[in-house]
Design a protein around this ligand. Sequence first.
Ligand SMILES: [Cu+2]
Length: 399
Amino acid sequence: MASFFPILLVAAMPLMAQHDMSNMSDMKDMKMPGMQDDKMSSMAMVERHVGRWKLMFHGLAFVTDSQQSGPLGGDKFYSTSWFMADATRSLAGGTFTVKTMFSLDPATITGRQYPELFQTGETAFGKPIDGGQHPHNFFMELALRYSHPMTDKTTWSIYVAPVGEPALGPVAYPHRVSAEELPQATLGHHLQDSTHISYDVITGSLRRGMFLVEASGFHGTEPGENRWIVGYGGINSYSARLTVSPTENWSGQFSGGYITKPEALEPGDQIRTTASVTYDRKYAHSHWASSLIWGRVHKELTGENLNGYGAESVYRFLTRNYVTGRIELVDKDELPVPGNYRIGAYTAGYTRDFYVFPRILTGVGANLTTYSLPETLHTAYGGRPVAVLMFMRFKLRDY
Ligand SMILES: [Cu+2]
């Protein structure tokens, strides 16, 4: 229930005593690179101070025209977006954060999906989505987080969210720096990072040096088709994640979770295992970010395993140019032709920034995706399906 979180917070209050770290070391603590709880640190961000609070804003929006070839290809004009506003202050020797994140997807993606060849997961109008990506929820995250130093090297934290992200998987693709110039979803989304919007999440974590250990309980069922509400259900799913960030530029995570009945129309639970490595480095006029991701879903009912492998990279050069690419190999068992098939998707793209608005970085870009598919699917999809996306990208910036 959504009501558990204020109770928990009150219960945790007496624990939040002692230790008086200076404001500065709190902030330094928060800015540790590569940490999941500071996952957007190298994204464009606007920061403001109001009294004792530090406010942080992020935002990314795409307006996209998508065209796909083949008998099952679709065309559509749509927009995907998210906006984040966090407020942080020191409290009782620790750091307290109110986290909010919103998406306008439910308003800007008509028909409850946008076409994406071979994409599956969740439903639209009561039918499983086949060849499309669902919009994200208006409320992507509403959460409170409190972290507190335990010893001089160790920090604990607790995160409670009526809607938010359990400790499972890599940073979800909409928020991943390496995916910032790719408006489309990863085909591996529901094998890797689809739990990023979950209801009734509670996460405890311990950080020591380069290591971060987290454990979560959450409601495992994917959000329903009404993307405007915050749903609820009991905590019936669990996950744990180990993140290692040996340097400022490198970060890796290994995580696993037991998810109770994630898909509305599919019976059975899932065991999900994921591992990922990211490299993110900024230079004076360039920036290079890459991710390698593996996710596996084991379906308890059928014993079936689905694997999804992904590699993606974006390189910004000469200040305002970006080249980007993504390669995916993903097992799909919900395609129109019954069976379990491994699909390959190969995307290359380019974006260029134009300085149109003072605080919004405006980019114009395009990308092309080709696919590899088993011959059994050639009749349904055509032998060489292709997807072309043209888009405008808007990103909040502070300069
Ligand atoms: Cu998602």
